[in-house]
Design a protein around this ligand. Sequence first.
Ligand code: SF4
Length: 375
Amino acid sequence: MIYLHIPFCKQKCSYCNFHFSTSLNFKEEMVAALKKEVFLRKDEPQDKNLKSLYFGGGTPSILKVDELKSIIDEVLKYFSFNEDIEITLEANPDDLDQPFLKELAQTEINRLSIGTQSFFNEDLMLMNRAHNAGEAESSIKRAQDFGFENISIDLIYGSPTSNFEIWKENLNKTIALQVPHVSSYALTVEPKTALNQWIKQHKIPAPKEAEQNREFYYMSEFLKDHGFDHYEISNFGKPGFHSKHNSAYWKSHEYLGIGPSAHSYNGSNERSWNIANNKLYIDSLVQNKVPKETEILSEADQFNEMIMIGLRTVWGVDLKVLNERFSEQVLAHLHKEIQFKLEEGILIIENSHLKIPEKHWFMADGIASDLFMVN
Ligand code: SF4
C-alpha cells in the first residue's frame, strides 16, 4: 500500500502538531516532487498490486482534482490496482463543494475520510477549524449525493467546549447521516500548540480525562448498538467498511510513504522517514535524491511495535506469529510480563491471540508499554 502525504493546510488547528505548511507557494513543485519520489521508489514495495492508496496530510483536499489525478496516474505507471483497491482522500468539509465533488467523483478515489471533528460551532471554533457546523453536516450529504458511500468521519471528544450531552448529539448526528465509518480521538494537548498555550495561560480549562473516558465508552456501546464494529481503539466501521489502509498498517504489512515527513516500513525490520521540511524535500527531489533516513529495527523494536499496534485492535497479537518470529529470550520476557495481567483479566488469550478486553482499551497504550523490551 502507498501513503501520500500532502503537507498543506488552510490554517493551523489549535491542537495539531502534524507536519504541514499554510503557505501554498510551492504547491506545484510539491506535486512534481511527490511524483518524482513515486518514480524513484517504485521498486521498493514487494507487492506491486496495490490494495490501498491513501492521500493523507495535512489537507489533501487542498489540491485541485487534476493534481490528485496526476499523482494517481503516476502511481498507475508502476503499480497495478487490485480490483478491490481502496483509494482514500482525507478531506476537510470546507473543501467539499459541488464543483470539487463533481470532478472527484470522476476519479478512482472511492473513499473519503472527512475531518468533521464536531457538529457544534463552539468546538470547531476552539479547535480553529476552517469549517463551521453547517458545513460539517452539508459536506457529508453532498458527498453522498455525488455517489460516495464509503465515508469515514473524524470526531474529537473531550473538548473543554463540549460535554456529555453535546457528545451524545454528535453521535446521534453521525447515525442520522448514515456514515459507515468513524475515527474518533480524545482531544490531546500536544506541546507547541495553541491549545497548550491557552491552557497554560488559564484561558481555557484542560480536557478532563475522566470525562473523556466516559465519552469513549459511551461511544463504543452506542456505535456497536447501531451496527458498527469497534475494531481498533479509535476506529469503528460497519461490516464491509473497515479501513483497508489502517487494517494493513495494524497487521504490520509493508507500506511506502511518499512526501515530506512520510514514514515507510518494509514489513519486517526496516523503517524510514522523509525529511519534514517542504523546501528541503522539493530541492532534494529536484536532484533525484529521496531525503530519507533509514533505521534497522532491532528485535526488541520489532517486538515492541507489534505489541503496541496489535493490542490496540480487536484481533490482538497473534502468538503463533510471535513464536515464529522472535527468539527464546523475547518470548520468555513476554511470558513473564503477561502472567500478572492475565490473572488480573487486563489481558486475555483467545484463539492464540493476546488481547486487551475492550473494557480496558482506554488504558491500552499503558498496558502495551508495560510489556516492552528495552534494547
Ligand atoms: S487540517 Fe488536519 S493537519 Fe491541518 S492543521 Fe488541522 S488537524 Fe492539522
